[in-house]
Ligand binder design. Structure first.
Ligand code: ADP
Ligand code: 5SP
Length: 500
């Protein structure tokens, strides 16, 4: 039997899974790493830690593998998007990576609009200038850490750096490059126009390949450290949301995904690259060739829940924290939460907004707060679904993946808030499965990613919306949407009191 490994370099942890040719998940391992948040709005990680934790997770996987490691034929990646990794001319890391949920770059987003204009930016990159994207981060380093910027020889995205450390080869690929604001998304090439106008040397951009492309084998050193064979073939991989879509079989028009990881995403497959969503949702290249996807992003979805756990139940696991969630009625006994703990993206591209609990009263217990957090995150994702529905998309079934899909009550809440059937897959590790599928397809086990998905993905359970709950959530959703409007000005006033 042959095997492939999918590596999902997430924000909270790296997850590695071993899958066989029959699409069975044979083993998995995960290693967590922290966020470095020195100031309000800052979010960084140390790229060396990604490599160390991936090495350790792979060591664990290989140690438990009782077959011949040379039968592990291929490996590929899914990676948290947009993070800026800068390397010098010796390929040494110059500073911590600035992550997708770091919002320090509002000033640089303004500069990009001033230089390019919104229309031209949308025409080339298909996306607006958002703090989370890579180009504003590059311009921030150029402006505030000039010495570092001048030493930079190449910029990389998180999983591309990890792959470089495993193979010695430097590449980027289309699905992740699409989230930099430097790619001409329709033409699939770095935009010389954008580079020239914003003053970024095009030499900083690595060469581009397709997600399933073979890029080399493991270095002898990495193979020795992990116990993998040096002949293991390495395939480029994709952005975590592209891989989440592949791993959930979102490979044709009409299919919708909800992914609740650190961020939260509602994603829709697009065959075409010329639809106009006026920048309201992100529009990126898929990991499948000649395909695209659109998505709305909640900046702190799972992160709002993990913030709540770390603050009010530090040493508990999520199961203990959420014990009794199903007994709290819809609406959390009158408590409402907006999940803006680090700002928001869709539909409010607002780095300054912060979270609120509205309606606290003396009878509320911690589990009411937990229910309000879960409902608030789901309302935020429903704002993306609303944009898609208003654009004419029919959304009646949604595949739900990510850490958030581990909880039954949350899955039912998704069905009730989204008023759609929610499908849970046999593995909630969609991005890692997608990465494994890219390795399987790259290894030519299947003629297409769709054929691979037919074998590698399967539905475990479906959750139907309960009409009575749907009605209550529709009323609550109207109140939820008003909280942003009512608290925006208040948060402006609080800004100067934040940790700086
Ligand atoms: N048992 C659980 N029940 C509900 N939510 C969970 C559970 N385990 C993890 N989560 C949520 O999933 C998030 C992590 O999801 P994951 O897909 O692993 O994220 P990432 O890819 O960003 O590292 C956590 O922040 C948490 O909110
Ligand atoms: O910024 C985005 C998408 O635009 C995020 O979705 C990141 O890609 C991080 O993903 P997770 O770690 O939450 O999976």
């Amino acid at each position: 039997m042959k095997y492939v490994i999918g590596v999902d370099l997430g924000t909270s942890a790296v997850k590695v899974i071993l899958m066989n040719q029959e699409g069975k998940v044979c083993d998995e391992a995960s290693k967590a790493y922290p966020l470095i948040q020195e100031k309000s709005g800052y979010s960084e990680q140390n790229p060396t830690e990604w490599v160390e934790k991936t090495t350790s997770a792979l060591q664990e996987l290989v140690a438990r593998f009782d077959g011949d490691v040379s039968n592990i034929e291929g490996i590929s990646y899914s990676g948290q998007m947009h993070g800026l990794v800068l390397l010098d001319k010796n390929n040494e890391v110059l500073r911590n990576a600035i992550l997708w949920n770091d919002t320090r770059t509002t000033e640089q987003c303004g500069q990009i609009y001033d230089i390019l204009g919104e229309e031209r930016l949308l025409q080339i990159t298909k996306n607006p200038a958002l703090e989370g994207f890579t180009l504003p981060k590059l311009l921030w380093v150029k402006q505030y850490e000039r010495e570092t910027y001048e030493k930079a020889a190449v910029f990389m995205l998180p999983k591309d750096y990890l792959r470089y450390q495993m193979t010695g080869q430097i590449h980027s690929e289309y699905s992740d490059a699409a989230g930099t604001l430097l790619l001409n998304v329709a033409e699939k090439s770095w935009s010389e126009d954008v580079c020239e106008l914003v003053g970024v040397d095009p030499q900083l951009c690595p060469s581009l390949v397709a997600s399933h492309q073979f890029v080399g084998t493991l270095t002898e050193q990495f193979a020795t450290e992990t116990g993998l064979a040096a002949t293991t073939k390495v395939f480029a991989g994709g952005a975590d949301n592209a891989c989440g879509a592949i791993g959930s079989g979102i490979l044709s028009e009409g299919k919708t995904l909800c992914s609740i990881g650190t961020s939260g995403v509602v994603l829709s497959y697009e065959e075409r690259n010329d639809r106009d969503f006026e920048g309201k949702v992100h529009y990126f290249n898929h990991g499948e060739e000649k395909a695209y996807y659109t998505m709305g992003v909640t900046l702190a979805a799972g992160y709002s829940l993990s913030w709540f756990k770390d603050t009010f139940g530090k040493n508990e696991d999520f199961e203990t924290l959420l014990d009794g969630l199903e007994d709290v009625p819809v609406g959390a006994n009158g408590l409402l939460f907006t999940p803006y703990v680090v700002g928001e993206r869709t539909p409010h591209a607002d780095a300054n907004i912060r979270a609120s609990f509205i309606g606290m009263e003396a009878s509320h217990e911690r589990i009411d707060f937990a229910r309000a957090v879960i409902e608030g995150i789901t309302f935020s994702l429903n704002e993306s679904i609303e944009i898609f529905r208003k654009s004419g998309k029919k959304i009646d079934t949604i595949i739900s993946i990510g850490g958030g899909a581990k909880n039954d009550t949350w899955l039912q809440t998704q069905a009730d808030v989204f008023n759609a059937t929610i499908v849970k897959l046999s593995s909630e590790q969609g991005p890692a499965v997608g990465a494994a599928m890219l390795a399987a397809y790259g290894s030519q086990w299947f003629a297409s990613l769709q054929q691979c998905a037919d074998v590698f993905t399967s539905e475990a359970k479906a959750y139907q919306p309960i009409p009575e709950n749907v009605e209550k959530y529709q009323e609550l959703f109207r109140i939820y949407k008003d909280v942003y409007v009512q608290t925006k000005g208040l948060n402006e006033g609080l800004k100067k009191f934040r940790k700086n």
